[in-house]
Design a binder for this molecule. Structure first.
Ligand code: NDP
Ligand code: 8X3
Length: 266
């Protein structure tokens, strides 16, 4: 299988483009895209990235759109308020997402659980639902979702975050079923430990705690994950990568956890 850049998406929408995978994916996809829509809440970051892309890839048209994906009204309005030349999205990268906290389920903040559900699940399906009819009408498109190894493998404190990513995985597969017979691809990319702002967000800005996650490791970089997004999107149109689980070499699965203080008295 060789990459065929002629098949690459023309108009790309990337959520969570202000940081990490989203930013790196925008820079990587700009090498072949015609138009790129950058979406996240932090406008100044998007504007800075837009300038970098425009300077580095003068052929690419960039539109920055600052919004909170938890806002249903803003998500619903998006397809009709984009500048006309950006409306026919060929590649949707549903990347925006977050983990909040690493506590046991009995002591987690319900607000944080809601925020993860709203961003990682509700916003992702809503935006997909809004853009999908156009893809179906044009019989062309690719949706790349950012799942996680946390959607496949449980770990302590992963409670709702992992569950949101399991949702994303099954949503991706079910989309494939619904789209059978249409020329639309769906891919779920499932990275392991990657050094972005992810842990800083998870630990509410506590940099020492976030740095500890990556201490002594060679974690995935944002660019490593961006490369997988680019690769999946640049394969010939008849090739669908369903799921792609990617870990750094320094990461593997834990053994089963066994508590040895619960033996019966006799
Ligand atoms: P970052 O924290 O670096 O980036 C997250 C992005 O999501 C930011 O651009 C942020 O932008 C955006 N975002 C978050 N909430 C919202 C919102 N309500 N509305 C709009 N944009 C939002 O993390 P990563 O790049 O690492 O994560 C990207 C995706 O990959 C996430 O879905 C994450 O769960 C997943 N992932 C991460 C892994 C890791 O170890 N890093 C591993 C596996 C999966 P802003 O704050 O400006 O709105
Ligand atoms: C992020 C990877 O292992 O921190 O999705 O949950 S992990």
């Amino acid at each position: 299988m060789t990459n065929d850049n002629k098949q690459s998406a023309k108009t790309v929408l990337i959520t969570g483009a202000s940081s990490g995978f989203g930013r790196a994916a925008a820079l990587r996809l700009a090498q072949t895209a015609g138009q790129i829509i950058l979406l996240a809440r932090r406008q100044s970051r998007l504007v800075e990235l837009q300038k970098v892309i425009e300077q580095t890839f003068p052929h690419v048209k960039v539109h920055s759109h600052a919004m909170d994906l938890r806002d249903d009204v803003a998500v619903d309005a998006l397809p009709t308020i984009l500048p006309e030349t950006f409306r026919e999205v060929d590649l949707l990268v549903n990347n925006a997402g977050l983990a909040l906290g690493l506590n046991g389920a009995w002591e987690c903040s319900l607000q944080e659980w809601d925020d993860m559900l709203m961003t990682n699940c509700r916003a992702l399906v809503r935006l997909t639902r809004r853009l999908l009819p156009g893809m179906v009408e044009r019989n062309r498109g690719h949706i790349i979702n950012l799942g996680s190894v946390a959607g496949n493998w449980p770990y302590p404190g992963g409670n709702v975050y992992g569950a949101t990513k399991a949702f994303v995985q099954q949503f991706s597969r079910n989309l494939r079923c619904d789209l059978l017979g249409k020329n639309i691809r769906v891919t779920n990319i499932e990275p392991g430990m990657a050094d972005t702002e992810f842990s800083l967000v998870r630990f509410s800005g506590d940099k020492a705690k976030a740095d500890k996650v990556y201490e002594g490791t060679r974690a995935l970089s944002a660019e490593d994950v961006a490369e997988t997004i680019f690769w999946a999107s640049s394969l010939p149109e008849h090739v669908n990568i369903n799921t792609l689980e990617v870990m750094p070499v320094c990461q593997a699965w834990a053994p089963f956890a066994v508590n040895r203080e619960m033996a019966s008295p006799d």
